[in-house]
Design a protein around this ligand. Sequence first.
Ligand code: TRP
Length: 347
Amino acid sequence: MSNSRLEKPVILTGDRTTGPLHLGHYAGSLQSRVALQATHRQFLLLADLQALTDNAHDPDKVRRNVLEVAFDYLAVGIDPALTTICVQSALPALAELTMLYMNFVTVARLERNPTIKTEIQLRGFERDVPVGFLCYPVSQAADITAFKATVVPVGEDQAPLIEQTNEIVRRVNRQIGHDLLPEAVAMIPKVGRLPGIDGKAKMSKSLGNAIPLSASADDIRAAVRQMYTDPNHLRAADPGCVEGNVVFTYLDAFCEDVGAVADLKARYRQGGLGDMVVKRQLEDVLQALLAPIRERRARYAADPGYVLEVLRQGTAKARARTEETLGEVRAGLGLFSLDAGQSAAAE
Ligand code: TRP
């Protein structure tokens, strides 16, 4: 039973399938998902329908990346025995719930949603926002509630979407007359967002400043060489600045030897430590982190049949769960039913 008190807290999170995942995803979400699968009932959604809301001109890309993202999940240690991985477009209950929830949100409220507002600006949609894009928070509310998830790990920029979800939950519950749908809390990563190798605030494939999880040893070396440091640190003998220095930000994020990093920082600040020395340290850390991920990823990519089977099984489980919720919402709202024993005369 999805409502059982004995069930571990339910997590739903996911990724738009617009490209393979990178080190920023690893630091921001993948690593914690691997830990959370031990303590939570975790569902991961390959959000291909949400990806279409701003990629309708390139559905091929969205489709191809469903498997790519699945390879990334498995490569970092998401275990299909503990985490259910499923494909959004193969879960029709999500679309149907979206349709029902649309009646519980106003266009004005969606337009005021801070996440949507910024994303519309970033994408340059201006007044030509696709309806699907404007409504993706409703679809995300459908995703979350269909699984009856109470914990939703997302980046800080997505927190308003969880607020929006809970508003819909309250309205639907009020209409239904009892608390059928649970509210969810956003789980925001404590570590800040990983900057790109160019020092820009966000690591992103489209900005060309990302290190993909599949990066070869040479790619990693080249990326570290190029990495933004302290532009005023011209000679090794000069004191350097650690804040905003991407090499140190990455060492903080990925080097387990905290003492060694503190020591490097002190020597860098003092002067006498060249960028190349620090970069070599970081390169060792990243090579050691990414080599096993890259190797596992290559093995999964060589066996897409196995990965497809993982997605089939995960999606079948998710289908049962989401359809159960949909049935409850339909009944709660009192939709017409063709099943026997129910008719308008009952009213
Ligand atoms: N919006 C998420 C992203 O941009 C993907 C996503 C879709 C999601 N549905 C979700 C996240 C439900 C959490 C819960 O990557």
